[in-house]
Ligand binder design. Structure first.
Ligand SMILES: N[C@@H](CCC[C@H](N)C(=O)O)C(=O)O
Length: 311
């Protein structure tokens, strides 16, 4: 089978896009893994199929698949790229506004185009953060109540082979566990690529991220954010559920900004600096979170998709 694709990224969080408006594409887990493989396939953190919207008022449905073949409810960088795909491919009229249907619900998007009419930047209404532990979901018990009366998991210690890490849990349609690290010197040497230089950039996320991603405290697994609040921005690295460390995570940036606000570490409007660039996140008075960032096309092509890919 031949698949016509466009590879798009939001701050280096990259996706293989295909037009599935006729709903004819049915990828196996192995085919998704092969498409996302950076050596044997195209390379990406996930695959996004553009399908017809079912919900009223939505322009198209974003079918998001992690590189390990699992579905996710929402993808923040992906949804900006989704808007770019719809606009640049002429699937919607470039009015500056569209609505994406996702498993987490409709997401309305305002966007700007360049002189050739291609989408360059978008602001996405990411919905209200979900904080009630059972809905995140997490088995951890609530340790605090928000100013608007919702019980949530605030700075709750979870044990690991490297000592306890303290998490605040937020769902942006998909689950996130955010840990703010104040003192890297207290963490064991084996967690750093250079133990003489302990900081966020030298933290090795693979083992620790995978440990918490699949921890029993998170029944649907979780995305794990490691963050440091600075004077101008929140620096954050992420280990994503279903794909490992990525250069950026839009829902993770939203969850981190919300967690920083809820725990009194920052205000409710923040720049979040990820490995791949900066996202601007605003938790507004209407209770919704707004995310602004770029969307970029890397390349496009046609690939012969093996029926039974071998890697
Ligand atoms: N990279 C994404 C999130 C993708 C889904 C995530 N891995 C999950 O399984 O929840 C983003 O930009 O939000």
């Amino acid at each position: 089978m031949e698949l016509e694709f466009v590879k798009l990224h939001g701050l280096g969080n990259d996706f293989v896009f295909a037009n599935d408006l006729d709903e004819s594409i049915d990828l196996t887990k192995d085919q998704v893994a092969w498409l996302c493989d950076r050596h044997f396939g195209i390379g990406g953190d996930g695959v996004i199929l553009v399908r017809p919207a079912k919900a009223e008022g939505c322009d198209a449905y974003m079918h998001y698949i992690n590189s390990d073949g699992t579905l996710a409810q929402m993808c923040g960088n992906g949804v900006r790229c989704f808007a770019k795909y719809l606009v640049d491919e002429g699937i919607v009229e470039a009015t500056g506004h569209l609505v994406a249907e996702t498993l987490a619900g409709p997401r309305s998007i305002d966007y700007a185009v360049d002189e050739s009419g291609k989408l360059v930047e978008a602001t996405v209404m990411m919905g209200e953060p979900i904080l009630t532990p059972a809905s995140v979901p997490t088995n951890l018990s609530a340790t605090a109540t928000t100013g608007f009366g919702v019980d949530f998991v605030k700075d709750c210690a979870v044990d690991s082979p490297w000592g306890p890490f303290v998490f605040t849990c937020v769902s942006m349609g998909n689950p996130h566990a955010v840990t703010f690290i104040e003192d890297f010197s207290t963490l064991p040497d084996e967690l750093f690529s250079d133990p003489a230089d302990k900081r966020l950039e030298t933290l090795v996320l693979d083992k620790i991220g995978a440990f918490f991603e699949s921890h029993a405290a998170f029944p649907q697994k979780t995305n794990v954010e490691f963050a440091v609040v600075g004077p101008d921005a929140i620096a954050m690295r992420v280990f994503e559920r279903g794909c490992g460390e990525t250069l950026a995570c839009g829902t993770g940036a939203c969850a981190t900004s919300v967690a920083a606000c809820l725990t009194g570490r920052a205000g409710c409007e923040n720049d979040v600096a990820l490995r791949g660039g900066v996202l601007h996140i605003r938790w507004d008075d209407d209770a919704k979170v707004y995310m602004t960032g770029t969307a970029t096309e890397a390349f496009r092509g046609i690939v012969a998709l093996p029926d039974q890919p071998r890697r």
